[in-house]
Design a protein around this ligand. Sequence first.
Ligand code: BDR
Ligand code: CA
Length: 347
Amino acid sequence: MPQQIILDVDTGIDDSLALLYLLASPEAQIIGIAATAGNVPTAQVAANTLALLDLAGADEIEVAAGADVPLAVPLRTTEDTHGPQGLGYAELPVSTRPLSDRSAAQMWVDLARANPGSAIGLCTGPLTNLALALRIEPELPRLLRRLVIMGGAFNHPGNTTPTNEWNIHVDPEAAKEVFDAFSAAAPDRRPLVCALDITESIEMRPEHLARLAEAAHSTPIERVAAGDAPEWRSAASNPIIRYLVDAVRFYFDFHDLYDLGYLAHMHDPFAAAVALDPALVLTRPATVDVELAGTITRATTVADWAGMWGREPNADIAIGTDPAVFFERLVTRVGAFARRLYPEPPQ
Ligand code: BDR
Ligand code: CA
């Protein structure tokens, strides 16, 4: 049985790797993609997602546009992190395919109702669409087989403010509504949360791009490095590898600029891998809430690990993993997928 996935993204460089990882995984079947405003505005997220699906030969997958703005605050985007269009230095042909005629929230509800107990939700952007879907169908926590969320920072500094992770920062009211909606969920239906505590240990480096190119039989094997001219573009023979080099190199540059090293945190593809195989992480239950009132801590995610609030756990937080196992899967799967899709002509 394939694992049915409802994906909610703000594509986004690392969201695009999450999408490719799922497309490259034989056990995954993406049954719908919701576009949420976050890294870039909703229309750009939707355009990026359609363009990537075209590149990956998956142009039958439905893409539904979500709300243009968060539930209660103006939209903030982050082109400095993800590039002018959200895909780093990469530019993909504009897709001619139309978006779904239903909203992202309605699509969540329809797909969960049509596949009760079997669809896995994966959110790699702000939680606006899911919060809106929960307002339509409060039974979603029981209808979904599993929910994996990339978001939050618990015993770890934020990446947007000293205590805020980006996805929660963009729409804290939505995040609170989602965590509140799971307050009565059975232990096996609690969202599995991949927060910065774990995703910042998933460090992609230039050698991973080279390994991907090798696995795809793409030539030449390019070695990107700090100080490469911003205007430089990949000449990889395989279009997926060419895309990845141009997209991820921007993410390397961004992390380097903030003194994190010439590497990139692969938050979203890691969450995708966990959605397909939760055994990749060790988890710990906690009651999660989102601060909405703080003057300097608004949008902070707080985990009560010890039951001090007297409330049942509403999340399982990933607390341990082996990043090498994830990268091995990423390279093997996406490399083979790229090679299958764009085989090298015989010499
Ligand atoms: C999250 O923020 C976004 O910029 C990334 O795509 C990821 O989902 C990490 O905080
Ligand atoms: Ca994202």
